[in-house]
Structure formats: C-alpha cells, structure tokens
Write a protein that binds this ligand. Sequence first.
Ligand code: ATP
Ligand code: PRP
Length: 205
Amino acid sequence: MLTITLSKGRILKQTLPLLEQAGLIIAKKELNSRKLILDTNLTDVKVIIVRSTDVPIFVQHGATDMGITGKDVLLEHGANNLFEVLDLGIAKCKLMVAAESKNRLKQNTLKVATKYVNSTKRYFQNKGQSCEIIKLYGAMELAPKVGLAHCIVDLVDTGNTLKANGLIPFEYIEKISSRLVVNIASFRTKNAQIKSWIQNIENSL
Ligand code: ATP
Ligand code: PRP
C-alpha cells in the first residue's frame, strides 16, 4: 500500500490533473464524499486531503508515504524526516515584503505582520535588520493600514491583492511552488514503488 497526503484548496485543483496524467485517478464521488481516506483507481494507492500546512506533519511522522504541499509551507515548517523530491511547478508565487511606501521599511525595529514567522525571522536576520513579528492567520494586507505593522510578508502572484490594499512589493524573499515530498523511511522501504511514482509524475509535468 502507498499513501499520499494532498493539500486541499488551490494546490489540489492543480494536482489532480497532474496525478491523472501520471495514472492516478480519484473519482469525483470520492472527492465529494465526507470520507477522509480516499480510494483511487489503483487498489494499492490511497489518498488523504488536508490543509497544506498539515501535509508535512503527516509525511514526517510516516502517517503517509508521500505528500504534496507548497514550498512556503516546507520553509516555514522545516523538512525534518522528509525528502523534497520534485518541484511540481504548480501554485507558483513569490514570498515578498510589501509596504505602503519604501520609507515605511526604514525603521530601527521593523514591525512585520505575517503568517510566515520563521521565514520572516530568517530573512531579516540575514539582512541584519531587527524586526518584531506580528503573527496573523490571514488578511495580512490590513496590518499596515491600521498601524499594526510597518510592512507584511506574504505570497504574491498577480499582485492584485496588494494593489487593492494600497501595498507595493519591495523585497523578494523566495520563489514558491508546490513540491512532492517523501517520508525518509518510506523512501527506503518502498523504494521501487516510490521511485516509479516520482518518475511517472515527473514525466507528466
Ligand atoms: P489554509 O486553507 O490552510 O489556511 P490557504 O487559505 O492559504 O491555507 P490556499 O490559498 O489554498 O490555502 O493556499 C495554499 C498554498 O497555495 C499556499 O501554501 C501556497 O503554496 C499556494 N498559494 C497561495 N496563494 C497563492 C497564489 N496567490 N498564487 C499561487 N499559489 C498560491
Ligand atoms: C493568497 C495570498 C495573497 C494572495 C496573493 O491569498 O495570501 O493574499 O493570494 O495573490 P495575488 O498576488 O494574485 O493577488 P488567497 O487568495 O489564498 O486567500 P487567503 O488570504 O484566504 O489565503
């Protein structure tokens, strides 16, 4: 048996066609059901679908053999006990620092609103910029407007969300896309099966 944890939301939408191309189909009936462990067209492959931030946890602990999640999530969570084996090139965006004006970034201690606490700390530490992190779970764009922070660190794709909220992306932190990850122990014990799936998925990119 091989088990895969998929990220729900926008990553799932782009993952399903890729997996189909690689030979793994999850029927609509399964996707729309309330079941948590989903059957696929292959009797020896099962899939679970969770929030992208939970994917590394399932894979690290060996609850599933493989997983698909965003690089932003992996950078934030750390990659203990898992291999990042493939860049799937889906859900592409950038992790960036945005503010209302460049001047707002000129602070002795910069107040930064973000859900990416670890990536943000690392970035500003490497720059030698002192910062205070204000952890939010969403709607980061609001923070500079209401005086909660000088800037935000968030994902940017089209830039529409920033623009709509009067923010400008000034500093680039990381290039983000979704990655295929594998539990280290599974990679050893199910090596042939996992390698063949990596190859199938790579061929369908
Ligand atoms: P959750 O539902 O777990 O709170 P979320 O609302 O951020 O997370 P999504 O918006 O589906 O969930 O984003 C999940 C992943 O998709 C992110 O971790 C990132 O890798 C990628 N992503 C997020 N926003 C964008 C975007 N605007 N363009 C492309 N990819 C994105
Ligand atoms: C993500 C991200 C930004 C937005 C960027 O949010 O947090 O807010 O996309 O994309 P853009 O540059 O194309 O506008 P999402 O749409 O996932 O909503 P969320 O805030 O609920 O996570």
